[in-house]
Design a protein around this ligand. Sequence first.
Ligand SMILES: [Zn+2]
Ligand SMILES: [Zn+2]
Length: 339
Amino acid sequence: MKQLLTKKPLELVMGDVPQPALQSPGDVLVKIKAAGICGSDVHIYHGTSPVATYPRVMGHEVVGVVAETGPGVNRVKTGDHVIIDQVISCGHCYPCSIGRPNVCCHLNVRGVHVDGGYREYMVADQAALHLLPPELPFADAIMIEPLSIAFQAKARAQITAQDTVLVLGAGALGKSLIKAIQLTGSTVIVADIVEERLNEALRLGAHHAVNASQQDMIAAVRKLTGGYGPTVSIDGAGVADSLAQLAEVTCNAGRVITMAFLDQPSPVAQLKITAKELDIRGSRLQCHKFAEVIAAYRNKQLDLSGLVSHIIPFADAQKAFDMIDAKDPAIQKIVLVFD
Ligand SMILES: [Zn+2]
Ligand SMILES: [Zn+2]
């Protein structure tokens, strides 16, 4: 089978390797049909991921068809359409013991710490597979993964209809956040520096847009919230000063959610956190959110179409990464598709 190996940063090698074999009774062989390219894959490709190891087969947004099942498999059958959960946890550590395997002390993430889905076949334990509605196109089904990341942030922020939520950044992550948060009935404010992104965010359900290149973001958001600030703010931008800005703008007793893997320090005055009793919470990957996203799709609350901008054959994966490096503004989401 063909696999795309990132031998080291900036070196992709398309090669022929043996198809993986089932190892345990609960294992499932999945024929990959589509794999998304995410911002974190681009970081791994560039060598700027603080967590990835090399050589690595990237790809954590992965859907396919069940090709073979081990003797102990009872959750899926040959021919089922599935999405593969990227989180592999130990099941024994403190986070695992309290139901938070996405931050397992011995966490492995497919496509980051172990090989992912930029290959024609993959083996995974049946527990990692979630059934897809068969009518859902594979390229659209990819979006379940980024939406699960947004659902995790929504859960970490404990958003209710009472909340006013500031989403900082209206890029790919920001758009997924808006889609997830608008299901809560809360008021959504989005801030970005690109007008087209803000217009798209409004189209997706945000109530207010703030162009931070034209006005003072903090002052504008305060004005929209009666001077109090949002009750929840989520950093979907992940730039150096975003945490400090969100700590500044968020209402007393509010929640600030971080999502970036930024390893440079962000200066935040402790006074802001203490005096306002802010909860600053990280949100990483997702915990049991695939099922929630798929249920929201099935209930017609969540539209998965129209988010993928480019569909490219897996054989042309290098071209896809070159397009991303060329920073074509038309690129929203690239999905690699397999025969
Ligand atoms: Zn991702
Ligand atoms: Zn664990």
